[in-house]
Design a protein around this ligand. Structure first.
Ligand SMILES: Nc1nc2c(c(=O)[nH]1)N[C@H]1C(S)=C(S)[C@@H](COP(=O)(O)O)O[C@H]1N2
Ligand SMILES: [Mo]
Length: 243
């Protein structure tokens, strides 16, 4: 499989970090940066960043993981887009389960809907705080599929073969969703419309856009970025960036 050239993937962005740091120093906060091939994004101001750095999460971890800076909105990071129409959407939930199933968009909306505000952290060092999302808990999908006790891993499957792997234990966290709304609107196409995974506590590449399947597995299956030098686990607070 391939990702488009346009994709400012972690791999492509990594060598340009010094330039990014330079830009950050050189530009006024709030400046709209139009990145080559990557879409526009807006930096948060220093005051917001300092405020976030001073905060801690309820479990004592700092609000902002090490060496992250703030954006005011998600930065579209590219990837090969799937079919964005809700009408075409099917989600396959299968693998190490007793009751595999497939649902369409209308059926997804009939499941319990979670509205949550959370932070996300990209390995290219931007974070976005307090983003509003709506979706269905992966744990609710797992319960419906009757996941077998032998399952240990969740593989998120997306358009054009993109996958990401998450430990089952971590994917069952209440803040892990398949999300279809962001900031009060249907998910935008660059952000994975109609449905993406949302795993807020791991680097954002685990949050597969244009989601097509959730596969439960007894064995681990490193995904697209995990096979290309990125951490298998991807905990932003431990700075698990590369493998
Ligand atoms: N299907 C798919 N999902 C993907 C990617 C991708 O290339 N393809 N990129 C990942 C990466 S590296 C990041 S940082 C986030 C970016 O999400 P955003 O474009 O909504 O900011 O999506 C993740 N999900
Ligand atoms: Mo990323």
């Amino acid at each position: 499989m391939r990702n488009t050239d346009k994709d400012p993937s972690p791999l492509l962005v990594r060598p340009s970090m010094e330039r990014r740091t330079f830009l950050r120093g050189a530009l006024a906060a709030g400046a709209v940066i139009t990145a080559f091939g990557g879409g526009a994004y807006v930096l948060a101001d220093e005051a917001e960043t300092e405020k976030a750095r001073a905060q801690t999460k309820p479990d004592g971890r700092p609000r902002l993981p090490p060496r992250q800076y703030l954006l005011k909105s998600l930065r579209p990071m590219g990837g090969t887009e799937g079919d964005a129409s809700p009408g075409a959407f099917r989600l396959k939930v299968y693998g190490e389960v007793d009751a595999p199933f497939e649902i369409d968009f209308a059926e997804l909306l009939k499941m319990p809907q979670i509205e949550q505000v959370c932070d996300v952290h990209c390995v290219t060092r931007w974070s976005m705080l307090d983003a509003a999302w709506t979706g269905v808990r992966v744990s609710d999908l797992a319960a419906r599929a009757k996941v077998k006790p032998t399952a240990r891993h969740v593989i998120f499957e997306a358009a054009y073969g993109y996958t990401s792997n998450v430990l089952l234990r971590e994917a069952m966290a209440p803040n892990v969703l398949v999300a279809h709304r962001h900031e009060g609107k249907p998910l935008g196409r660059p952000h994975g419309a109609p449905v993406r995974a949302l795993v807020p506590d791991l680097y954002f590449w685990k949050s597969a856009k244009w989601l097509t399947g959730i596969r439960f597995s007894a064995v681990d299956r490193p995904g697209y970025w995990e096979l290309r030098g990125y951490s298998n686990h991807a905990d932003p607070w431990k700075e698990e960036r590369y493998s």
